[in-house]
Design a binder for this molecule. Structure first.
Ligand SMILES: Cc1ncc(COP(=O)(O)O)c(C=O)c1O
Length: 453
């Protein structure tokens, strides 16, 4: 039966982010059930899900309250929508709960089905906003190299990772300027302090605005901690100084909280942890602990007011998805937010963070590890050939992928990222002993790979 499924997979499934040719040979790692922070494959081998799936299953795999919330809503009203003045109780309550959680001034919620859709919706809102203000040329975006903002045509264009662009004709040239990656360990000049590095990046922002003209740039989009690009934590003062320049130039700031949001960094939102005040937040993933697809854009009042007025003039805010604000997804997300509040998810992450950072710091002694970094419960180790010069292994050796594969042999799922790093982002409910087991398995995997390099 299981063999049959493997064969069917290889015959019929188009896997995202997969070398489809190689998949013919390797087949899938098929996960069949979950329990707490663990998932089990089709031979019942157990793995710590050290990535919470795709940075998303914050409450682990056994949260029955979410299943019950879905079942209740399925039984009550399994579908309705928000088009043309319709509403449902869970969609309204979810919007109010999100507005309560997000920083002051961010009070207007537009619900979608994924992170990419949230970013696309934010892009459209920004364009609509500038048309509302009669600024028809203020339309391009500033993003950063190695940023991940999704895969849809517009969001994928803002993403700053070549593997998302390669082979696809995304219209990035017309809509985005990519700035340098704020990762001090890899991109600082020799001897350059974090402050000096930040100042150089801020200078680049100023120069870009001067070159392009502030009247052409609509918004800056950033993940507070870059996730898929390799868990890159901004250098000191980065967002504060960037934000000052954006404000001087009337450029909106979008905090892409699809990974950072809902406690991951030890604050409810990454923008709070890193001290900036966005005009728009995009979120998804942990919004429902990933139990059901849902994402949202939360817009500041001053952005929303322009949308409202202009939609009156045009006759419509002409965008929306059939399933945006789906009542079952909204009910599950609402229950997730209730659980976060009741269990003090931020306090839980803060309580676990010292252990997480201490175990990461210990890993920086490992001969393969050049940089070990983290905040809250998200982190990474960046692998190097030479710790002193920070020289990396040739990309074709795929050392991070080797470590991730070795982790699987030790019962742990982690993820290789660009820049030869291995990311970790466990469920936020991970216990002290489970977190120790995660690091023990990673250490063993690093030892295995170091021994054969
Ligand atoms: C910061 C960020 N934005 C957007 C997305 C896209 O989300 P989705 O995969 O739900 O479309 C992701 C996904 O990992 C993300 O990390």
């Amino acid at each position: 039966m299981t063999r049959n499924l493997h064969q069917l997979d290889q015959q019929h499934v188009i896997h995202p982010y997969t070398n489809l040719a190689a998949h013919r040979e390797s087949g899938p790692l098929m996960l069949c059930r979950g329990e707490g922070v663990y998932v089990f494959d089709d031979e019942d081998n157990r793995f710590i899900e050290g990535m919470a799936g795709l940075w998303c299953a914050s409450l682990g795999y056994s949260e029955t309250r979410l299943a019950e919330a879905a079942a209740r809503q399925f039984a009550t009203l399994p579908f309705s929508h928000l088009f043309a003045h319709r509403a449902t109780p869970p969609a309204i309550e979810l919007a109010a709960a999100l507005a309560d959680m997000t920083p002051p001034g961010l009070n207007r919620v537009f619900t979608v089905n994924s992170g990419s859709e949230a970013v696309d919706a934010a892009i459209k809102m920004v364009w609509f906003y500038n048309n509302a203000l009669n600024r028809p040329d203020k339309k391009t975006f500033l993003a950063r190299n190695r940023a991940y903002h999704g895969v849809t045509v517009a969001a994928g264009s803002l993403t700053g990772l070549p593997y998302v662009h390669n082979g696809f004709d995304l219209p990035r040239g017309t809509m985005v300027h990519h700035l340098s990656t704020p990762h001090h360990y890899r991109y600082a000049e020799p001897g350059e302090s974090e402050e000096a590095f930040t100042d150089r990046l801020v200078e680049e922002l100023r120069a870009t605005i001067e070159r392009e003209g502030a009247e052409t740039i609509a918004a800056f989009i950033a993940e507070p901690v870059m996730g898929a690009g390799g868990v890159l934590i901004p250098p000191v003062g980065y967002f504060e100084k960037m934000q000052a320049v954006l404000r001087e130039n009337d450029i909106l700031c979008i905090s892409d909280e699809v990974i950072n949001g809902f406690g991951r960094t030890g604050e409810l939102f990454g923008c709070s942890r890193f001290g900036f005040q966005p005009d728009i937040i995009t979120c998804a993933k942990q919004l429902s602990s990933a139990y059901i697809p849902i994402g949202a854009v939360v817009a500041a009042d001053h952005v929303y007011n322009a949308l409202e007025e202009y939609s009156g003039a045009l006759g419509m805010f002409g965008t929306g998805n059939t399933y945006g604000g789906h009542p079952v997804a909204s009910a599950v997300a609402l229950e997730t937010l209730k659980i976060y509040a009741e269990r003090d998810i931020v306090g839980m992450v803060r309580a676990r963070e010292p252990q997480f950072l201490a175990r990461l710091a210990a890993l920086s002694e490992h001969p393969l590890v050049g940089d070990a970094r983290g905040v809250g419960l998200i982190g990474a180790v960046e692998l190097v050939k030479d710790k002193a010069t920070r020289e990396q292994y040739p990309p074709e050796q795929k050392v991070a992928a080797q470590v991730a594969a070795a982790c699987v042999n030790h019962g742990l799922i982690l993820r290789p990222t660009p820049g030869d790093a291995v990311a970790m982002c466990p469920p936020l409910i991970i216990s002290e002993s489970e977190l120790d087991a995660l690091f023990d398995a990673l250490t063993a995997a690093l030892d295995d790979v170091a021994a054969r390099l």
